[in-house]
Design a protein around this ligand. Structure first.
Ligand SMILES: [Zn+2]
Length: 438
């Protein structure tokens, strides 16, 4: 309803007494102990929430109404404003409804249930929340005794993740445990399309809709071979309809990968492979190749082996390596297969060649982009049989094994990068890259 100022004045005149009574009622609801609420199974109505906003320079009533997503008329009526054009700096306005939560420092709320014997105060302590704020949000006093199972609204960040629900996000799936160097996946279901930021192991993960549905998102969850074992957070941040950022954290228990240890002596003539200036420059260049997250098919099938089964592993992914008595210590970022020069190398899944050239340390290098942040790399090749821009099919011969660069004997170094992170490629000979069930 749009009213002119005159109409509002007249409305105010007619309803002033009734409003005063309503307002008194609302204040009592917030400020006094309410045995009735404590006995009720019902969650507090949105109208329970109310808080005070102090007008600052530059504010207009319309702007305040817009900011808190409250109808201008409701603001005028609740605060008994005679002339909406005349508000003063320092004037206190009551903000009704859900918007009041913002003023109380509460973004979205979620339901938490009282335990036997809890008061609002002990429940607040359990959630590490300000008891006064929790009391105001729920319309009960700090000392109010709650009955077991009584629903209480609390800031979504404070509510334990068990119900898998926070505001607009209604579901979140992730592995409870993940081995170092292995890749899991996460899935986020929301009530409306969101653009959340999901951070894992210090990186924002690219998210992709499931079957094109923007309210169902999934991402691969790569664990580096050197990620710290123990509880590691996945942090999900999104904006509420009011533009308030909400952050929620879950933890994945990262398990030690049990990786082996290897000492390597690099001969004098290949010492430049340990030179940080040379090696670092090549690694930095390759890292730029793995950065683009291009559209691609979401592969829900396992990889085919890049070499015939007769060529065994000679050094596994993740092995800790000590070169020349501590001159360089790192871990093996790929899987090595021993094979003679000329043995055919095959594409594991469909991909596009993004690089094929000779580098000083890694030799003849082929890089395939499989889309959506997934890349495979082939180092120390002899011949490359696919050109940049070319799309290759699973099983297609793409190169021949070699001994190029600073290699210590003919072999294929096969590497899988997901969001730039080197992960164990052998995992996906056994299982599909992306989960099959949707
Ligand atoms: Zn290798």
């Amino acid at each position: 309803m749009n009213l002119t100022t005159t109409q509002r004045r007249s409305l105010h005149g007619w309803t002033a007494i009734a409003l005063s009574l309503c307002l008194l009622g609302a204040l009592i609801a917030i400020m006094t102990p309410r045995a009735a609420t404590a006995q009720s199974q019902e969650p507090p109505a949105a109208s329970t929430y109310s808080a005070t906003y102090t007008v600052v320079a530059g504010d207009t009533l319309a702007a305040i109404a817009a900011r808190f997503d409250v109808p201008l008329d409701a603001l005028v009526e609740l605060n008994q404003i005679a002339d909406p054009a005349l508000i003063q700096v320092g004037q206190e306005l009551r903000i009704p409804g859900k918007a009041a939560l913002l003023l109380l420092g509460v973004g979205e709320t979620a339901r938490v249930y009282a335990r036997p014997g809890e008061t609002l105060g002990t429940l607040a302590a359990r959630l590490a929340q300000d008891p006064e704020v929790l009391a105001a949000v729920n319309g009960v006093t700090v000392t109010a005794r709650l009955f077991p199972g009584q629903p209480i609204s609390a800031p979504v960040e404070a509510v334990p993740p068990a119900p898998l629900r926070f505001g607009s996000v209604t579901g979140f799936g992730y592995p409870p445990e993940l081995e170092q160097g292995h890749t899991g996946y996460i899935r986020l279901t929301s009530a409306r399309p969101l653009s959340p930021t999901v951070v894992w192991d210090g990186r924002a993960l690219p998210l992709f809709p499931v079957d094109g549905d923007p309210a169902r998102l999934e991402a691969l969850l790569p664990s580096s071979a050197v990620q710290e074992p123990g509880a590691q957070p996945i942090t999900v941040t999104y904006a509420t309809r009011q533009g308030v950022p909400v952050t929620r954290t879950w933890t994945v228990n990262v398990l030690d990968g049990g990786y082996g240890f290897q000492t390597i002596q690099v001969p004098e003539d290949k010492m430049d492979s340990l030179d940080p200036a040379v090696r670092g420059a090549e690694e930095a260049f390759l890292a730029t190749l793995w950065e683009p997250v291009t559209p691609g098919e979401r592969w829900r099938s396992p990889f085919t082996r890049p070499l015939g089964p007769e060529y065994a592993t000679t050094s596994s992914f993740g092995t800790r390596r000590d070169y020349n008595n501590g001159l360089l210590i790192n871990f093996h970022t790929g899987q090595d297969f021993g094979a003679p020069v000329g043995a055919p190398v095959h594409a594991p899944i469909t991909g596009t060649v993004v690089f094929s050239d000779l580098l000083t340390i890694f030799g003849h290098v082929l890089v395939l982009d499989h889309g959506e942040g997934v890349y495979t790399n082939y180092f120390h090749l002899d011949k490359i049989e696919a050109a940049p821009g070319e799309t290759v099919a699973p099983g297609q011969e793409i190169a021949q094994v070699g001994n190029s660069g600073r290699s210590t004997g003919p072999h294929l170094h096969w590497e899988l990068r997901i969001d730039g992170v080197a992960v164990d490629p052998m995992q996906f000979l056994e299982e599909p890259l992306w989960p099959i069930d949707r």
